[in-house]
Design a protein around this ligand. Sequence first.
Ligand code: UDP
Length: 491
Amino acid sequence: GSTKAAAHFVFVPLNEQGHLIPAVDTALLLATHGALCTIVAPPSTAARVRHTVDAARHSGLPVRLVEFPLDYAAAGLPEGADHADRIEPRYMMSYYRAVALLRAPIERYLRARAPYPTCVVSDFFNPWTTELAAGLGVPRLSFFCMCAFSILCQHNLERFHAFAGVEDSNEPVVVPGLETRRVVVTRAQAPGFLRGIPIPEWEVLADYIERARAEADGVIFNTFLELEPEYAAGYAAARGMKVWTVGPVSLYHQQAGAAATLASRGKGNNDTPAVDAAGCLRWLDGRDPGSVLYVCFGSIAQPEPKQVVELGLGLEASGHPFVWVVRNAGGYDEAVRGFLDELEARVAGRGLIVRGWAPQLAILSHAAAGGFVTHCGWNSMLEAIVAGLPVVTWPHFADQFLNEKMAVEVLGIGVSVGVKEPLTYQAVKKEIVVGRDVVEAAVRSVMGGGEEAERRRRRVRALAAKARAAVQEGGSSHANLLDLVKRFEPR
Ligand code: UDP
């Protein structure tokens, strides 16, 4: 019989792992449902997900990853500035300019090859994709790697000028426009990725991003409806635009046929070398079920040296087995590196220190995992929920303080270490923000057997079941993926 031509999504992700990984997983999920997905990216970005995309192609998914070289010189960017885990703030604007220069070559490429695209899905940090989609004459959806709760909070804080007249960055303000909940934030805790980041020209980009957000034809969220129905609906209503919740997209790797990439997701070309994943998982095989605490602050956050030591001493004092990921450990001075070596020797057999990119998804889904000390990056939060693990929350910047409120106040699955201000403030003060005793207490509380700990575990396990149901046949995220594939079929 005749089959209708399939939807063709063009994904334009951001280089940062926390944006890139879920965007690629979303593309793979859409491909699973029959859509053709073309992911376009500069070489250094593509290298991070090449392995995952190739594995998906080999298993027969209609997905391709196309590299477009950056013209570093034309954008005033030093050669190779995007090879590090994170682009240095002073190069950030030049980097965005360099990527924006890819619009014309990408459009030429897409025009020259059938099938013609039917929809552009772009990270909100790539506002130039508005022109790409307009040039191609197709709609553009914004991909949000954050939860609807944090985006809605941020949207309302800006819309209602909530901080007008607030002098002190630590003065509490109630987030306006949330019908059912009283959420209190300070300016310091409100996401700093749009305002107040000390990068020249940042305000220009921020305005550009805001316009691109307001003018999107819809939003794809890596979250699931049952987790936050009122906030997803609230954002759709506030913006007057269609919202598709399609997560948790990490579950792509946990379906039959895709498990090959579970332990290698995102490892690509990082500054921080990847750990031997098999060795790490073997270590976990030797631990009791639910006994191990996983500690990781994502792909960017780099705690102050003194703070690393306090965390290590807190973990040691807690008495619980742990896997602790120290990103860019080689970047710390001799004192910290020596401390890590000594700590590892003292807790031999009980603690594993990973100095590099860890197989996070595989660790969290291992039976030995029992809890997660997280910086509250949204991907990590969702991955904890999927794994049914309660969290110790330790936000560092961006949407992380709002995600912490989501975990602790909305969902009741976390214990906070009580950080008040983002890392940039802490770096200036060079003080210990979270003492070893606070770490120890939070870990004991989350890993312990008390009544509240049990309640937290029950809640997060119930959410894990709902997350799985959402992406299965008949679930809300599954239905939204199907709707996207259907809606963007060629006319
Ligand atoms: N991640 C990983 N290994 C690491 C560090 C991070 O696999 O050693 C993955 C993690 O599973 C998540 C992503 O990288 O999918 C980080 O995204 P998140 O939103 O948690 O934090 P960000 O890195 O954006 O701060």
